[in-house]
Write a protein of this length. Structure first.
Length: 398
């Protein structure tokens, strides 16, 4: 296998790229059984049997490794403590480390680098893991990614964006640096010496979830639009909200980063009712989601940007590297002083089975990373009749 990292290149040099999930089962098996299931599940997903190489040209690739190099261990740390303890510990992508699994007092915890896949990918890994745990048959799953070659034809870059990007690439390539994993190590060390994040989780039981869904239906909007409106109603300015979107082109449960994203800007109008504001928010979301070019714009743009310039944007955010051009591009693209006010990933109802022989999934919590272009990160997932909403931010004053 040899797959070029292009649309997902922004994940490579971001110093906060850990997706986290906690899963609570009705009964918990012993550690050896969990380790065996974890190892078996890793072998069944192609991407977890690869490693990442950065070539002298600056291009990066997934290439075949000598098997999985992820790990599963027991810990006394809680879910949020594990996030805090691990976010500053870089995944050794060059060795093939993509996932860390834990038996925790909060249940099963999985931490995955975004280059292992998106939030749905981690759900699909957990599905494979639980099938292996219960002795169900599992199939090998090939790697899936969104590439410039397989994105919908209608998603090609608008003329202005294409012109802008080509101009930036041309200027950057006059004195183009190539960054290595040593640079990433140094960026991690300096960034996490001065930062840490905090995670809070709001659990909605079945009655609370039904009530919230009823309010959204009464307003005539989706739950996501309802929650966004509630989050921005106290802001006294236009809010910039990013939404992660599933960009999958097929129905397989393959692992790989297949997420795209849109953004909407809206200032809550106090002369209107909450319902009318929510309808306006939903209208903005719908317009972007139904337009293929808007839906895949971020992937088209990032896939065609010079890869080392993409790296530089993340290293600007980490305050490890700076140049006149990369600083200007970082500011314009939301990696600088002005990032998204809110970034939301709603996995909706987890689309995996909940029953695996004697094991039953009772609850799932999902926490996305505080990416370079985000400020307040919201993760939402519904499972087992309840919903969890996580908020992930940098600690106050950082």
């Amino acid at each position: 296998m040899r797959h070029k990292i292009e649309t997902e290149r922004a994940d490579l040099f971001d110093v906060n790229m850990t997706i986290a999930m906690a899963v609570r089962l009705n009964v918990m098996p012993d550690l050896p059984a969990l380790k065996d299931a974890f190892d078996a599940a890793c072998r069944l997903h192609e991407v977890l049997n690869t490693k990442v190489v950065i070539e002298p040209s600056g291009e990066a690739f997934y290439v075949e490794a000598d098997g999985p190099h992820s790990s599963f261990n027991e810990t006394e740390l809680t879910f949020t403590e594990l996030i805090s303890a691990n976010e500053s510990v870089r995944f050794r992508l060059e060795d093939g480390e993509f996932i860390r699994g834990f038996l925790s007092p909060d249940g099963l915890v999985f931490l995955m680098h975004h280059l292992g896949g998106d939030g749905k990918s981690l759900l699909y890994f957990i599905e494979t893991f639980l099938k292996c745990l219960s002795g169900e048959p599992c199939e090998y799953t090939a790697f899936r990614s969104l590439t410039l070659d397989n994105l919908p034809a209608e998603s090609r870059l608008p003329f202005f964006f294409d012109l802008l990007e080509k101009g930036w690439n041309r200027k950057w390539q006059k004195n183009r640096p190539v960054f290595t994993f040593s640079d990433l190590d140094a960026a991690y060390d300096s960034f996490w010496a001065a930062h840490r994040t905090e995670t809070s989780i709001r659990h909605y039981d079945s009655a609370e979830l039904d009530e919230l869904l009823g309010k959204a239906r009464e307003a005539g909007v989706t739950l996501t639009a309802y929650l966004i409106t509630d989050m921005i109603k106290d802001m006294r300015r236009k809010a910039d909200v990013g939404l992660a979107v599933d960009g999958r082109l097929d129905k397989t449960h393959a692992m790989g980063n297949q997420a795209t994203g849109i953004s909407v800007e809206y200032e809550y109008n106090r002369k209107l009712s909450f319902r009318d504001n929510a309808l306006k928010v939903q209208g903005l979301m719908k317009k972007k989601l139904e337009d293929t070019a808007s839906r895949y714009l971020v992937l088209q743009f990032m896939g065609k940007l010079d890869p080392t310039l993409t790296d530089a944007l993340n290293l600007e955010h980490a305050e490890y590297y700076s140049s006149k051009l990369s600083a200007r591009v970082a500011e314009l693209m939301g990696y600088g002083s002005k990032v998204k006010d809110i970034s939301i990933t709603n996995l909706t109802r987890a689309d995996i089975p909940y029953d695996y022989g004697e094991y039953k999934v009772e609850d799932i919590i999902f926490v996305p990373p505080v990416v370079s272009y985000g400020k307040t990160i919201i993760g939402i997932v519904t499972a087992g009749g309840s919903m969890n909403v996580s908020t992930h931010v940098y600690s106050e004053g950082q």
